[in-house]
Design a protein. Structure first.
Length: 70
C-alpha cells in the first residue's frame, strides 16, 4: 500500500485508522437508512427501473470493496 503523507505531526497511523473505522461505520449506518428510504420511494413507483439501476450501482461498489479487503 502506498504510504500517505500526513502534515500533522501528532497524527499516527493508529489514530488515523481508528478515525476512518468510525467514519466507515457512520457511513454504513447512513447507507442503511438511505436504502430504507430508497425502498419506500420504490414501493410508490415499482415499475421504474431507475431504482434497480441505483441498487446495481451500489451493489457493484460494495462487491469491489469486499474484494479489496480480502
Amino acid at each position: 500500500m502506498i504510504g500517505l503523507k500526513v502534515n500533522n505531526k501528532d497524527m499516527t497511523a493508529k489514530i488515523k485508522y481508528e478515525e476512518q473505522q468510525i467514519q466507515i461505520k457512520e457511513n454504513l449506518n447512513l447507507l442503511k437508512q438511505k436504502l430504507k428510504n430508497h425502498q419506500l420511494d420504490f414501493s410508490k413507483k415499482s415499475t421504474n427501473w431507475g431504482y434497480v439501476g441505483d441498487l446495481e450501482f451500489i451493489l457493484n461498489h460494495l462487491k469491489e470493496m469486499n474484494q479489496f479487503l480480502k
